[in-house]
Design a protein around this ligand. Structure first.
Ligand SMILES: C=CC1=C(C)c2cc3[nH]c(cc4nc(cc5[nH]c(cc1n2)c(C)c5CCC(=O)O)C(CCC(=O)O)=C4C)c(C)c3C=C
Ligand SMILES: [Fe+2]
Length: 459
């Protein structure tokens, strides 16, 4: 039984780690990244100071102008004919409890979330079905506890509207679209609308400050697949903002929120500032080259520096939450650190969700309910939580600036079809795949350990 357990653990790890090493999975993301980079000229976090020095130097249709604190778009004659679109990419979440299992199916069917080696890729959908069915009851409990569905669609729509208004105030009329990866409105629908609206220049803005293969990478891969199949889209000038955690406006907005919440404690200077980021499997970072952990650490450093500039010198910690399944995730784990801090005598703690800019199940349920309870049980007496940025005006203004800065570098995104992704029609290889795949599926499907790993977060 133990051996079977070990075998299953290894298979579980294999699913993620081998596939992370698989050159296709990795190269696909890197190729996406490098193409996106090539097409967008520079990453968004370079858009600040570098472009500021010479915005007109790379400007095809308009210039971003920079005053003391404001960025405004000055349109040229050609830009006046441009119809600018901004596509906000986000994860999406179930609107009702009924949507939870199909939403989870979409999530686990994503090859950037469960990364199977090529040989076993035909198992992606059956596995997604199995895992989503097994996981659904626990997820439903969580969504039920926050009102029966995810608030993500509503908040993202509000952010889209606020961004449109902020851009209009900066002389840039735009259409803003929302494209979700795993639920409505899907990215595909948003792109169809962009086509119908005959947008002539597009800025893609993922609503994740830090880049991860599993989030921004996955959404960009979907976009690339749609764009290269379509004559109009493949010629559309596009600029992709891959990460933006270094932006002054974002860092300032986070520091503002933290400072405000600290002020609510009786002894603010004694509060432990506790950053809790969504985790990813270790293999993403260590084998597939996901920059997520590095970017997260740098982001925390920048926020803490900004707080220090304001005379706030509290202790701080970074931990990772929300792990799922039978593989190793980035450490330290939020739940374990909370217990340790309580045992060490920390009495006041301010939790800060840092990988996502909207309230969602993992802030409203996991942090506000599960982690709060755990912290109080562990000896922490005073608990606070920084709200997500949502539509905070300074944050939305900064997103508008990011769009304006990225716009001049928009270039066509067309790319050759990725032959390695095409179906394998060789009957012998197919038979081999089926044989080994069936054995693997059998072991996975009937393993209580594997099922438990997905049913509960902890195993
Ligand atoms: C930067 C943010 C996120 C990363 C990185 C990320 C990776 C990741 N997530 C899962 C599995 C699940 N995620 C789920 C919900 C969820 N995930 C994020 C963000 C990141 N995920 C958000 C904002 C949400 C909530 C959406 C909402 O409805 O409010 C879920 C479903 C909820 C649950 O059952 O816990 C799962 C499952 C993996 C496997 C992964 C990296 C590989
Ligand atoms: Fe997630």
């Amino acid at each position: 039984m133990l051996k079977l357990g070990c075998l299953i653990d290894r298979l579980g790890s294999y699913i993620v780690s081998v596939s992370c090493q698989s050159s296709e999975g990795l190269n696909n993301v890197n190729r996406v990244s490098s193409q996106a980079l090539a097409y967008t000229v520079r990453e968004s976090y370079l858009c600040g100071p570098v472009q500021r020095r010479n915005p007109a130097g790379i400007c095809a249709a308009g210039v971003a102008t920079y005053g003391e604190n404001a960025v405004e778009y000055e349109s040229h004659a050609q830009a006046a004919e441009d119809k600018v679109g901004v596509l906000l990419l986000n994860l999406g979440g179930p609107d009702t409890l009924h949507d939870v299992q199909p939403f989870l199916f979409n999530l686990f069917a994503d090859p950037d979330i469960i990364r199977l080696p090529r040989l076993f890729r035909f198992l992606q959908w059956p596995l997604a079905k199995l895992i989503s069915v097994v996981r659904a009851p626990k997820s439903k409990e969580g969504y039920a506890a926050i009102g029966g569905g995810s608030p993500l669609r509503k908040i993202t729509d509000e952010q889209a509207q606020a961004l449109k208004t902020a851009l209009e105030a900066k002389n840039l009329p735009v259409n803003v679209y929302v494209g979700m990866r795993y639920w409505y409105p899907f990215t595909e629908e948003a792109v169809q609308q962009i086509k119908r609206d005959r947008i002539t220049r597009l800025v893609v803005l993922p609503l994740y400050p830090q880049f991860s293969i599993s989030t921004t990478g996955s959404s960009i891969r979907v976009l690339q697949n749609i764009f290269r199949e379509d004559a109009y889209l493949s010629r559309l000038p596009v600029s992709i903002i891959r990460s933006w955690y270094q932006r002054e406006g974002y860092i300032n907005s986070m520091a503002d929120l933290i400072q405000k919440e600290l002020g609510k404690f009786q002894k603010p200077e004694e509060v432990m500032i506790f950053f809790s980021a969504h985790g990813v499997p270790v293999s993403y970072v260590e084998k597939a080259g996901d920059p997520y952990r590095d970017q997260m650490e740098e982001c925390i450093y920048l926020i803490m520096q900004r707080l220090k500039d304001r005379g706030i010198n509290n202790d701080h910690t970074l931990a990772y939450q929300s792990r799922v399944g039978p593989v190793k995730w980035l450490k330290p784990y939020t739940d374990e650190v909370l217990v340790e801090l309580g045992q060490k005598g920390v009495k006041s703690l301010l939790a800060i969700p840092v990988s996502f800019v909207s309230e969602h199940i993992e802030t409203l349920e996991e942090i506000d309910m599960e982690y709060k309870e755990l912290a109080l049980e562990s000896g922490i007496e005073n608990w606070g939580r920084v709200p997500a940025l949502n539509c905070t005006p300074s944050f939305i203004t900064d997103l508008a600036d990011a769009v304006i800065e990225a716009l001049p570098s928009a270039l066509a995104m067309s790319a050759p079809k990725n032959i390695s992704q095409e179906d394998d029609h060789n009957p012998v290889r197919y038979a081999i795949k089926m044989f080994f795949g069936s054995i693997l599926a059998f072991v996975l499907f009937f393993s209580p350990r594997m099922i438990n790993a997905f049913r509960n977060q902890l195993f």
